[in-house]
Design a protein around this ligand. Structure first.
Ligand code: ADP
Ligand code: MG
Length: 231
């Protein structure tokens, strides 16, 4: 499902570098991903999702070598195949909750927005307690409600890969359990692969396997280090 090889990435601003020799995540696996703040969890998710291109190396995601695609093709591929729940939600302030959830269908022409998609959007919102809030704007929601909108938007195109970046960080325990249940049930019903970044050790027992970014990180300064991520 996901295979990364000889990956090197650095932000243009400098500072952080990510290096990874090999990482393979089998199809259908539900993986919990931990690690200290700043260790590169979000960066690596965005590389796997094709948002960030690496300097060198290969990124095979859902049967496609992302490094061979241009930016627009990577974006269309991501929207159709990957449910990405951004750490900062990435909701559009000028759209209602419903239109935010429907957004993938508005920006990717290969996805067709019809009545059944609208019904599913309403059902997803209902499942996570947003059923009464569909006409609100993100600014009129709590952090936890916004996070759940982001979850619904990620699930709507029925992706085969779910990447969730700290999806329960802003939620109280009841809503955190609700969101994780929604993600877990989705993954099971659709035999989807799922990576969930989380700081909460209590959640890790829910996954098939866990990876700690701290064990990957190259502790030496980039210009001295020979290490990198080994998994
Ligand atoms: P995590 O998700 O594990 O907290 P991130 O992947 O967000 O870590 O960030 C890893 C490192 O990259 C951090 O040191 C962060 O400051 C840096 N970083 C993140 N985004 C950018 C950016 N757009 N430009 C430059 N540096 C960045
Ligand atoms: Mg992060």
């Amino acid at each position: 499902m996901i295979e990364l090889n000889n990956l090197q990435f650095a932000y243009a601003a400098g500072g952080f570098q990510l290096r990874l020799e090999h990482l393979s995540i089998p199809s259908g696996q539900r993986l919990g991903w931990t690690g200290p703040s700043g260790s590169g969890k979000t960066t690596l998710l965005h590389l796997i999702a094709g948002i960030l291109p690496p300097a060198t190396g290969s990124i095979h995601t859902c049967g496609v070598e992302l490094t061979t695609l241009r930016e627009a093709a990577r974006r269309d591929f991501r929207i159709a195949n990957i449910g990405l729940i951004f750490q900062d939600f990435a909701l559009l302030d000028y759209l209602s909750v419903l239109d935010n959830i429907l957004l993938p269908y508005r920006i990717n022409r290969s996805l067709r927005l019809d009545g059944s998609v609208r019904d599913r959007a309403g059902q997803l919102a209902e499942n996570v307690g947003l059923g009464q809030l569909l006409s609100r704007r993100p600014a009129q929601l709590s952090q936890g409600e916004r996070q759940r909108v982001a979850v619904c938007r990620a699930l709507l195109p029925t992706p085969q890969l779910l990447l969730a970046d700290e999806p329960t960080a802003n939620l109280d325990p009841r809503n955190a359990a609700r969101v994780l249940q929604a993600l877990g049930e989705y993954a099971q019903q659709h035999a989807a692969t799922m990576i969930v970044v989380t700081h909460d050790p209590n959640l890790l027992s829910d996954f098939d396997d866990t990876i700690d970014m701290a064990t990957f990180c190259d502790p030496a300064p980039p210009e001295l280090g020979e290490g990198g991520i080994h998994a």
